[in-house]
Design a protein around this ligand. Structure first.
Ligand code: ADP
Ligand code: MG
Length: 395
């Protein structure tokens, strides 16, 4: 789960990380009054969306940049008025962008250096990893590509935790003098503690700024949380902003479906995460593009199958539905009943390719055959994928 920058700042501040003064506003007037209450003479106004790259983003109406530096509270109000209710498009949002319902109004910081600091999960080693770079303010992926030596990656032993020498090593790498390591080390430890205590999958501060006065402050913060740990962080779950999430993902979550929306046009319904991954690979290999990952799981009920089928049907990207089920715990006849029930409420608007194997396969096929629905049956996996790709191309 993602949260907004203004929420991430509060969590960082409560962990002991310095952030510039500021507050969130949901109207231009509120933005102006926050600016008037800040003891400074230049301000930053930042669009709050669940995406990075806001500074270089562009709003749907052509207004440039989701991060503005301005001089007066009246200008804060004007910039907020342009942002609120608008859609911000960045390289992370997709072409439709994300809606802006809030802006962060803060004091503008006099920046001497922009650094990068993150704690993430390294899946290869199954360890948290501390990532640091002196080249902050730009995408870390770009730094990794152009100048990989500028990035320090320090593995953290999950049992021992972040060691003091590791925080010192990172601080020195970030260019702090050996006589001034205390503040950055304290900050790095605070960030690691936050990562652990809140079950984050990532804490990214980019940029971490060194101010002209020599302070170290987090100017931007991106926090991601492990969905599987949210049950023990109700305070984090309460920060969810559904307006920033893919409506397809929200509908899937409502029915407890393991679903991830993608960009292609072949809607997939599969049981088992492994088979679902393999199905997407096969579609790619056959020249097609999946519109989603969907694992209906082993214990799916008829209602869940119906909900899953409706979800695929309702996705305007989908040009063909590909059902690939290996009946084990989920029996083929239960699946067939679910599909028939879904089609009774709304006839399929796209071709449906079905590959069934396993438990109760004959009963399942019979239900589909006798339903009168126009379905294309397939037996082999490759054959099924080829049929789905051909159907997506309108053949
Ligand atoms: P994003 O990463 O989404 O583009 P950031 O918050 O990192 O958004 O802002 C982009 C850039 O704007 C930063 O790299 C920094 O140079 C500048 N910036 C952000 N916040 C402030 C601030 N409070 N004061 C001065 N400059 C800022
Ligand atoms: Mg940033």
């Amino acid at each position: 789960m993602n949260i907004h920058e203004f929420q991430a700042r509060e969590l960082l501040a409560s962990a002991g990380v310095a952030v510039p003064r500021g507050a969130v506003a949901r109207s231009p007037e509120e933005a102006e009054s926050i600016a008037r209450s800040l003891p400074c003479n230049s301000f930053v106004v930042k669009a709050q969306v669940h995406a990075g790259g806001r500074g270089k983003g562009t709003f749907k109406d052509g207004f440039k940049s989701g991060v503005h530096l301005v001089k007066t509270p009246a200008q804060v109000r004007d910039v907020a008025a342009r942002m609120l209710g608008n859609q911000l498009v960045t390289h992370q949002t997709g072409p439709e962008g994300k809606p802006v319902h809030a802006v962060l109004v803060g004091e503008s910081t006099e920046i001497a250096r922009e650094l990068y600091l993150a704690i993430a999960l390294d899946r290869a080693s199954s360890h948290p990893v501390l990532v640091a770079s002196r080249e902050g303010g730009v995408e870390i992926e770009t730094v990794a590509e152009k100048n990989p030596a500028a990035i320090l990656r320090e593995q953290i032993h999950p049992g021992l935790g972040l060691q003091p020498f590791q925080a010192r090593k990172a601080s020195i790498f970030l260019g702090f003098p050996s006589t001034g390591l205390r503040a950055p080390c304290r900050l790095i430890h605070a960030v690691y503690r936050l990562f652990l205590e809140r079950d984050c999958s990532q804490v990214e501060i980019n940029p971490l700024a060194v101010t002209k006065g020599g302070d170290v402050v987090a100017l931007d913060a991106k926090l991601n949380f492990d969905d599987n740990a949210l049950f023990r962080h109700k305070e984090i779950e309460a920060l969810r902003d559904a307006s920033q999430e893919d409506p397809r993902d929200l509908a899937a979550a409502e029915h407890h479906l393991n679903y991830i929306g993608l960009d292609g046009d072949i809607g997939c319904m599969v049981n088992g995460a492994g088979l679902a991954m393999a199905t997407m690979d096969l579609l790619q290999a056959a020249g097609g593009r999946p519109a989603n990952f969907l694992d209906v799981g082993g214990g799916a009920s008829e209602q869940m199958i119906t909900a899953a089928f409706k979800l695929l049907q309702g996705d305007p990207r989908v040009r063909v539905i590909f059902i690939n089920i290996f009946g084990g715990i989920l029996k083929c006849d239960v699946l067939a009943q679910g599909i028939v029930a879904a089609c009774r409420t709304a006839a399929p608007r796209v071709p449906v390719i079905v590959r069934l194997q396993g438990t109760n396969v004959e009963e399942g096929r019979k239900i589909l055959r006798e339903s009168g629905l126009k379905l294309t049956a397939a037996e082999g996996l490759t054959e099924a994928a080829d049929k789905a790709v051909a159907a997506a191309r309108g053949k």
